[in-house]
Design a protein around this ligand. Structure first.
Ligand SMILES: Cc1cc2nc3c(=O)[nH]c(=O)nc-3n(C[C@H](O)[C@H](O)[C@H](O)COP(=O)(O)O)c2cc1C
Length: 422
């Protein structure tokens, strides 16, 4: 069952003519011809589509929060920042099927009564930015963007904005600050961006994969979409699988797939016939799952029940040769470098976690330091402006709790206790 990737094998899909020949922009035509903006919101609600950026919030419900008739413009921002380590699925859509993203964005903007939309793309995606720039130009020249789109009377402009390469700018309010030309410092919530967003106007921020689903929902109907997957977890997901599997890559599958099926049936199993040790199921910021959770279904609710989060569906597979101290120290280094520095827990906490983990990894850990790490994590979670602090603390806490003996042995034996890979 492929939805978003079904045409990706077609040569020159990036060109608007090829995209149109495969039924592209029919969803937009149908929306403008047959639907009022509110109808589209209702269709998306009925489809059960949940955000693919991390939190999994129902998309139609979020759109419904936008106040209408306030006299202020409404903005839509596409979050193409994709900076969470282990996540590389939005990039595929951007580079291979840019018009799918544009069509989804235009339909969604129409639903929101938005006349100016932005795509915020991470600075490192320079190829993706070039692809999108060309696609936007093509869409303007064919009348899918600009004034009086397809003779409907609806106007929309779309601006591609390149970030400077900061992880925090993927957080929606930091993204808005950055778009406004300021440092990417997250804002306090509430108020939520749906009410007070870009330039203090109502704003919706959606992930690339989320919006790429919209044309398919319009074309095939919400019932069709809702029938894929399971209740509350409808549609497919783009699972970006990396690490110790034989065939890493992006796999589009319904959310009925289990971790075992994903690793062994789709990704060709663990490399060199080794045993599975652990899996990050949704990007580096989520708690780790141990190998005994391999039969977990890869939907939002089942992964949460197993003690983690589906997040961005960036799946990192670790085999038995992985040192968990080294793995989490490396992840922590990322968060320490990417903390925006605005709040103390995150600015200091991420660096303290990193320093202690580095000592333990290098055989200089001291008795009691695991308890200090766990206490630090408690102080860093749920207590500050944005979830980057949580994103750094959650892995450390879960790696220590899941592999306590391994961490403790690093301290008592003053060395790594995992044999290096052959
Ligand atoms: C530190 C941090 C980084 C984030 N990075 C991204 C990102 O790169 N891409 C993304 O779509 N969402 C990211 N998010 C989630 C966004 O804040 C937001 O929830 C999402 O874009 C909403 O889109 P959705 O409802 O379609 O999922 C991040 C959140 C946090 C806290």
């Amino acid at each position: 069952m492929k939805i978003l990737t079904k045409n990706m094998h077609v040569p020159n899909l990036r060109e608007i003519g090829v995209y149109e020949s495969l039924g592209g922009y029919q969803g937009l035509r149908k929306s403008l011809r047959d639907c009022k903006p509110n109808d589209i919101i209702e269709i998306v609600k009925k489809s059960g589509l949940r955000g693919r950026g991390g939190a999994g919030f129902p998309t139609g419900v979020k759109w419904g929060f936008v106040p209408k008739n306030t006299g202020k413009p409404i903005y839509l921002c596409v979050n193409a920042d994709e900076s969470e380590p282990g996540t590389f699925k939005d990039r595929l859509v951007i580079e291979k099927d840019p018009h799918l993203l544009l069509e989804g964005t235009i339909i969604s903007a129409y639903a929101l009564d938005c006349h100016l939309a932005f795509i915020y793309i991470r600075g490192e995606f320079s190829y993706g930015a070039t692809v999108l720039e060309k696609a936007i130009e093509e869409a303007y020249s064919k009348g899918y963007l600009g004034k009086n789109i397809l003779g409907s009377g609806y106007d929309l402009d779309l601006i591609l904005h390149r970030g400077a390469g900061a992880y925090i700018c993927g957080e929606e309010t930091a993204l808005l600050e950055s778009l406004e030309g300021k440092r990417g410092h997250p804002r306090l919530k509430p108020p939520f961006p749906a009410v007070v967003g870009l330039y203090r106007c109502p704003t919706v921020i959606n992930n690339v994969e989320t919006l790429a689903n919209v044309p398919h929902i319009i074309n095939n109907g919400p019932e069709w979409y809702a029938a894929i997957g399971v209740e509350r977890n409808t549609g497919t997901r783009l699972y970006a699988v990396s690490g110790h599997v034989n065939k890493p890559g992006v796999y589009e599958l319904p959310m009925t797939v289990t971790l075992r099926e994903l690793i062994y049936d789709h990704c060709g199993g663990i490399r060199n016939g080794r045993r599975l040790k652990a899996v990050i199921p949704g990007g580096s910021s989520v708690p780790i799952l141990t190998a005994d959770r391999v039969d977990t279904r890869m939907d939002y609710d089942s992964v949460a029940k197993a003690g983690s989060m589906l997040g961005s569906a960036g799946v990192v597979v670790m085999d038995e040769s992985t040192c968990m101290v080294k793995a989490v120290r490396r992840i922590t280094r990322f968060y320490a470098e990417e903390s925006c520095g605005q709040c103390t827990q995150c600015r200091e906490g991420t660096e303290w976690l990193y320093q202690i983990l580095t000592r333990i990894e290098h055989g200089r850990g001291r008795a009691g330091e695991l308890e200090i790490l766990l206490d630090l994590c408690t102080q860093m979670k749920g207590r500050t402006i944005c979830p980057l602090s949580d994103a750094a603390a959650m892995p450390v806490e879960s790696y220590i709790k899941s592999f306590y003996d391994e961490f403790a042995a690093h301290i008592t034996q003053q060395r790594c206790v995992i044999l290096p890979a052959a």
